[in-house]
Write a protein that binds this ligand. Structure first.
Ligand SMILES: Nc1ncnc2c1ncn2[C@@H]1O[C@H](COP(=O)(O)OP(=O)(O)O)[C@@H](O)[C@H]1O
Ligand SMILES: [Mg+2]
Length: 311
C-alpha cells in the first residue's frame, strides 16, 4: 500500500473489540480518519465512544483486531522506541504522561537520552512557559497547570510531527484550561506539529481544531472543517451533541430528554447505531447500516443527513 507522506496520521478500517461477559464490545468499529501535517483534528463524542482506545491504538499500546495505522508514513504495530520521534502523547492526567518519581529535568531529558540526542531542557521549558528554575522540582511540587506544561514539553521534546492530546484540560481549573489551550495553539504555530485532539468538550474543540471527527459507539459518524460542522451539522447525532452543549460546564453527554434508548454496546446492531435515539430515524435506518459518504471536505454516515443552510 502506498502511503501519502503529507499525512501525520492515517487510520484505515481500524477495529478493536474487547471481550465483555459473553459478548464483545466494538470499541473501534471500522474507524478511518487522517490528520494532515500541521493540521489539528479533534475527535469528539460521548464518554465510552472509543476515543481513548483510538489514542492507545495510534501509540501501539492497543493492538487492532484488523485495519492499519500509519504515523508519519510508517506503520504502527506495537510500542517501539523510535515511535516517540513520530508521535507525542499528552494524557488527561499529567502523572500518566510523566514519571512522578523523577525531577522535571530527568523527565525532560529521558526522551533525548532514548533517542541518543542532546537534551535541550532549558529551551524546552521556555517553549512551554515553564520557568527553567523548576527543573529540579518533582512533579508533585508543581501546580496542575505546570505539570501539564511539563507533560506537553515531554511530548514535543523530539519534535514529533504528530501530538495526541486526550482530554488534556479536563482535570484543570477553568482559568488554567484556557492557558493550556493557548499553549497548544502557540506550539502548533511555532513547531508546525499536527494534533489529534481528543475531547468531549465542544467549546475547547471549537477553539483548537481545524477539522472535527465525531464518533458514536466506536464509529466515525461525521467529519468536516470545525466551523462548518458547528454551523451546519449533517449527522443528527452531531446536531444533538451541539444542541446539548450548555456552555462551558457541559459534560458532553446528550441530555436525558433527547437521549432515547442507548443500545447495549455488546449488541450487534443491523442498522445505524444512533437510530434508537434519532428523531429523524426511519425504518431503513433500523434495518440497514449506512455507508460512509463524502462530499468535498464533509463526510457522514447517515441515510438522511440534515440539509445545510447553503444547499
Ligand atoms: N481494556 C478494556 N477492556 C474492556 N473494555 C474496554 C477496555 N477499554 C475500553 N473498553 C470499552 O471500550 C469502549 C470505549 O472506551 P474508551 O475508548 O475508553 O472511550 P472514551 O475514551 O471515548 O470514553 C467503552 O465501552 C469501554 O468500556
Ligand atoms: Mg477517554
Amino acid at each position: 500500500m502506498s502511503v501519502a507522506t503529507d499525512l501525520a496520521l492515517t487510520v484505515k478500517n481500524a477495529v478493536v473489540t474487547f471481550p465483555v461477559g459473553s459478548g464483545r464490545i466494538h470499541a473501534l468499529d471500522d474507524v478511518s480518519l487522517h490528520v494532515g501535517l500541521g493540521e489539528a483534528v479533534a475527535v469528539v463524542g460521548e464518554s465510552g465512544c472509543g476515543k481513548t482506545t483510538l489514542a492507545r491504538a495510534v501509540l501501539g499500546l492497543q493492538p487492532l483486531d484488523s485495519g492499519a495505522i500509519d504515523v508519519a508514513g510508517r506503520a504502527v504495530r506495537k510500542p517501539e522506541p523510535g515511535l516517540a520521534e513520530r508521535v507525542g502523547m499528552v494524557w488527561q492526567d499529567p502523572f500518566a504522561s510523566i514519571q512522578p518519581m523523577w525531577r522535571i529535568r530527568r523527565i525532560l531529558e529521558e526522551p533525548y537520552r532514548l533517542a541518543r540526542k542532546t537534551p535541550q531542557v532549558t529551551e524546552l521549558m521556555d517553549m512551554v512557559g515553564l520557568d527553567p528554575k523548576l527543573a529540579d522540582r518533582y512533579p508533585h511540587q508543581l501546580s496542575g497547570g505546570q505539570r501539564q506544561r511539563a507533560a506537553i514539553a515531554r511530548a514535543i521534546s523530539l519534535r514529533p510531527p504528530l501530538v495526541i492530546c486526550d482530554e488534556p484540560t479536563a482535570a484543570l481549573d477553568l482559568s488554567i484550561q484556557a492557558q493550556i489551550l493557548n499553549l497548544l495553539k502557540d506550539l502548533k504555530a511555532s513547531t508546525n506539529c499536527s494534533y489529534l485532539y481528543i475531547s468531549h468538550d465542544l467549546q475547547t474543540v471549537r477553539y483548537v481544531s481545524d477539522r472535527i471527527v465525531v464518533m458514536y459507539m466506536g464509529q466515525v459518524v461525521e467529519t468536516g472543517p470545525t466551523e462548518e460542522v458547528f454551523q451546519n451539522p449533517r449527522h443528527p447525532y452531531t446536531k444533538a451533541l451541539l444542541d446539548s452543549a450548555p456552555g462551558i460546564e457541559k459534560i458532553g453527554m446528550l441530555p436525558a430528554e433527547v437521549s432515547g434508548e442507548i443500545p447495549d454496546p455488546k449488541q450487534v446492531i443491523p442498522g445505524c447505531k444512533f437510530a434508537s435515539r434519532c428523531t429523524k430515524a426511519q425504518n431503513r435506518c433500523r434495518e440497514e447500516r449506512p455507508e460512509w459518504t463524502e462530499q468535498g471536505t464533509r463526510g457522514e454516515r447517515c441515510f438522511f443527513p440534515l440539509s445545510t443552510i447553503n444547499d
